[in-house]
Design a protein around this ligand. Structure first.
Ligand SMILES: [Fe+2]
Length: 112
């Protein structure tokens, strides 16, 4: 569940840096990830208001790297999340839709 909140927080942070096609992709990913996060909170009957310290630091480092290196870094981060989502799905700990969405988007149009 913290992973879903991390992904949602990351998408929201990257959206502030993105433009064009990447911004449009993030605009579509954010509500999907928000639904995942809500689903898992409802499923387990708990509410999580913020990330733990480790994930907050990881988020800040990734956002800093994306600020420094721009569009290419954002693209790499999204690709990495797809891999992570696929791994979670394979182990039954995650859901496919957000990774599947990005795979479909990047297969049809490769962001530059
Ligand atoms: Fe998700």
């Amino acid at each position: 569940m913290l992973d879903e909140l991390f992904d949602l927080s990351l998408y929201q942070s990257l959206r502030a840096l993105a433009s064009g096609e990447l911004a449009a992709i993030l605009d579509r990913l954010i509500p999907i990830e928000a639904r995942h996060f809500t689903f898992w909170q409802d499923f387990f009957g708990v509410r999580i208001g913020r990330l733990d310290l480790g994930r907050r630091l990881k988020l800040q480092l990734i956002v800093l790297a994306c600020r420094l290196f721009g569009r290419s870094a954002i693209h790499l981060v999204l690709e990495a999340i797809v891999s992570k989502s696929g791994a979670r799905s394979a182990t039954g700990r995650g859901e496919q839709p957000c990774g599947a969405f990005w795979r479909t988007s990047s297969n049809t149009r490769t962001p530059s």
